[in-house]
Write a protein that binds this ligand. Sequence first.
Ligand SMILES: [Zn+2]
Length: 205
Amino acid sequence: MLLTTYSTYPYLKNILMIKIPVEVSARHVHLTQHDLEVLFGEDFVLPKAKELSQTGEFASTEVVALVGAKNKIENVRVLGPCRTFTQIEVSRTDCFFLGNQAPLRLSGKVIRSGAIKIIGPKGELDLTEGLIVAKRHLHVNPDEARDLGVLNNQNIKILVDGPRQTIFGEVEVRVNENFNMNVHLDTDEANAAGVVGDTYCEIIK
Ligand SMILES: [Zn+2]
């Protein structure tokens, strides 16, 4: 069921909008099965802690440490299931703290991304690429995309209302059968817009 509301955007008053849930992605790691075994031991199976909003994706019980040129960040959550590439998603603030550079990328685009060292309980990985700052995006399935009037790979503008009301441009639409309608922001973006608790946004056309 789609939640609808009247737009809070001044020029769109009295227009019925679809409310899109906003989720905040904290820093996290996706691993290949090979890299998982390097960090956690041979034949390690990632234990599931919590299902995430996108079908099949889960937060595991496991964490690793990220070691940068300047600092280390402990307790970075490993998400599952394993992927065909290892990818570490951090905020720009994390990059400054770590002392490492990372490009702004959509998930999956890790070629020639940033370098980072990962430490697990059974081993370490010295990666020459894999570190990214995730580009903000909207997950939708094809039906939701039609209802919202958006297309795959389109960049849209969203309004996050509240005391720190913010309009975000360059929100990339990602359409997939397995997706559920959610905007994903990183912690820097969410903090700037004052996102706390259950937050919804609307698309500005
Ligand atoms: Zn996402």
